[in-house]
Write a protein that binds this ligand. Sequence first.
Ligand SMILES: NC(=O)c1ccc[n+]([C@@H]2O[C@H](COP(=O)([O-])OP(=O)(O)OC[C@H]3O[C@@H](n4cnc5c(N)ncnc54)[C@H](OP(=O)(O)O)[C@@H]3O)[C@@H](O)[C@H]2O)c1
Length: 313
Amino acid sequence: MQELIYGCMGLGGSWSDEPHGSDHVDEAAAAVDAALDAGITLFDHADIYRNGKSEAVFGEVLAARPGLRDRIRLQTKCGIRLSEPGIPGHYDLSRDAILERVNASLKRLRTDYVDILLLHRPDPLADPAEVAGAVGHLMAEGKVRQLGVSNMSAAQIEVLQDQLETPVVANQLEMSLLKRAWLESHVLVNHSEHLDYSFPHGTVEHCIRNGITLQAYGSLARGLYTGAEPDSPSSAETATSELVARLAADYGTSGEAVLLGWLMKHPAGIAPVIGTVNPGRIRACRDAGRVAQAMTRAEWYQLWVTARGSNIP
Ligand SMILES: NC(=O)c1ccc[n+]([C@@H]2O[C@H](COP(=O)([O-])OP(=O)(O)OC[C@H]3O[C@@H](n4cnc5c(N)ncnc54)[C@H](OP(=O)(O)O)[C@@H]3O)[C@@H](O)[C@H]2O)c1
């Protein structure tokens, strides 16, 4: 199903281990309200976001609103360990880490289950059979309903899928009009320019063939084309911002809806994850599906070519 997803990485205050304040809970509640107004019902978390505080403030919102949990779906991730004194940040998809991290997320989120668990990044030391065993255990306990991955290639998904008893349902990757390697690599197959783009070939196609939803993070390009005002924008960035604004005016909507509609028009059925905490900007995303339906082929290509700053081959 093609939909917008609300990314909760911005909720909860600082990344330090200082406790969050009640103002952060209020901010999360306002973001949830804005997301619901925009028609969003899937909320994306990770155990590490703001050192656990993104999940904690969200859990407080859920606790204060009986019935909300049944109206939404929750997704969280495990597999990354932030750095600690003397220990660099690293990945950990061992059985113990998966079980411990998911149980801690459920406690913070104040819920019995997550609808989707994503494995945040590939861990080179992971044993796929061990990962599958841990996930199967959580599913049997009713704590995880579906499994997805993030930042993984087609080959990495296949190795994992071989061991799993349930299908991988999602792959979350950075995809936007700014981060276009997923798209550039598709058309530059037989062209020297392909060396400028690093993207595991066949990953988008693998997800399409296997019904794996591509979830696009960074989908708003962190505001680059909708008013975030970088210090010294390139001519392509300025031209893209102007084009996004013109198309938004033509469609009677926001620049955010144009950026997301551009992603959603792709036949892979991309689900953009939006990470703004600003309620106005969250609501500004609500027309994305309508824009995707209405956007012409010429407009879609014009956005792409303008963002890349040169014609396609
Ligand atoms: N799987 C992964 O490895 C991974 C990695 C990164 C993120 N994610 C997920 O994807 C979600 C979205 O990612 P993201 O937050 O990086 O991407 P995003 O939605 O493209 O960008 C959101 C950021 O851009 C800022 N922004 C957007 N429009 C703006 C504007 N017009 N003016 C000023 N600032 C603007 C927001 O600030 P304001 O809040 O002030 O609007 C916020 O800091 C995250 O919340 C998280 O759930 C996943």
